[in-house]
Ligand binder design. Sequence first.
Ligand code: J2J
Length: 554
Amino acid sequence: MSFEGFVPWPEDLAHAYRAAGVWPGRTMGSYLWEWAETRGDRVAVVDGTTRLTYRDLAVRADALAVGLAGRGLERGDTVLVQLPNTWEFVVVTAALLRLGVVPTMMLPPHRDHELTAIGRHVGARALVVPGTWRGFDHQELAFRVAAALPGPAEVLVVGDDVAGGAVDVRALLATDGDTDGAVEERRRWLDEHGPAPSDIAVFLLSGGTTGVPKVISRTHDDYLFNIVHCARACAFGEDTVYLAVLPAGHNFPLASPGLLGALHAGGRVVLSASPRPEPVFAAIEAERVTATSAVPAVVLKWMDAAATLKPDLSSLRYLHVGGSMLAPDIAERMARTLDCRLQQVYGMAEGLVCYTPPDASDEVAFGTQGPPVSAFDELLIVDEDGTPVPPGGTGELLTRGPGTPRGYYGVPDQNRLSFTEDGWFRTGDLVRLTPEGHAVVCGRVKDLINRGGEKISAGEVETLIQELPEVAEVAAVPAPDPVYGERVCVFVRFHGGCSLSLAEISRLLTERGLAAFKIPERLEVLTALPHTAVGKADKKALKALLADRNPLPR
Ligand code: J2J
């Protein structure tokens, strides 16, 4: 494998995990044909009127994998994947896993800023994008980004209007008329040329606390561990019909247990291209969906809409809610309104996932985020000095285990801050543990804004605003919001005689290619920012100031 920034698992530990069967010692792609053989005719993936059986999935994934190999992609390469929730997302991901080409999971709202920074960081060899999506030309974006990357990068398009110079993904994965012999030959070739379990399977993005991209390398070993244990914690089985509504490149709908967990359990995955209530309710009704997952902000919208749309949600047994804070009374209201079992989840792309059990008491289901999905996960709560707090106390959660990698990709300096010497990951979350070992998230110490589950690095926004010539100093903080939980607020001190409005800042950041969800939604102008003893903007004081000021009209 050619990923120089990869922090490998300690060898003795990897050996022990494999010997004990904690890690299955397989690659994710190795399951495709096993599934095709045991459940070949059952429907695996549904996207509108498109239905793929488990066999279709294997055949198409292999066709695409071999097609991509023909374009020069090989094991140990990586590509940026920026696709909406469509059946092609699943086939592309499966193809890349088979080939050992690592999908770097981007999100549809990402623009030049994110794609270029991450593409450079991981050394992307290609981008997979939709043609035009929601009125935005991703193909053009991909060409711009490809030109800005140091090495040659192909543009692979899933769409109708594939431009000259781009590769038509739908043509590569078409299998009409292929003989059994051709299918068999591709399968054998991929079995021989595919990745090893210890290889990186996917790159996920971290919410991050700095301007530096933080990319999480998940190996087949540790990601499979996560998928299998989450699927168990959610009682996934062959009767599971899972609806993916959040952008599938997020760890939560992808693998916790998400769509990969549903496939692993032998269930069916239904894709919704939008989290809006109408298409979600329609998909639940049409496909008799049994489980779905969402962030609180999205579920709140479903609750409101359910009152007027009165959807038939009788098939929905489990609703996984997590990604941002959820108050117990709202959790309870969610379960009652949507008439299903609520499973709270506290998870992170860095690894650890906690779930309240499907049959939890109301007290646990509504008031906690549950225990870790596996007994191998270790949790430690520490105070500001790193000293463990007494049982029941609140502090920063450190975690370690077979599903939590030992370092971010390619940022050794950051890793010395984010991980302890003995492998504990500092989550940056303030957590307390109940006597039963259930996590209760109480806040965080990391410097990010959680806008309805989308994590925004304060540092990333600040760096871009600081570059504006009018700006002398800037600090980004979360502004409380009834729906999103938080929105980005920036405190700015302008140079003498200069000023910018919120709309102007928004336009300038959009021009610089920042994703729309990161653009500040509130501006507070100060003649002097408060500072801490070490000279940084005092965000505690700024948050307090914000609480005292009336929200500006939006
Ligand atoms: C408060 N904060 C939470 C919760 C995550 C499952 C579910 C979510 C994610 C996710 C995920 C929270 N209450 N219930 O990857 O597999 C905040 C914490 C955490 C950060 C991780 C999954 N659940 N959070 O949200 O990598 O601050 O993963 O550290 O996007 O979200 O963000 P992310």
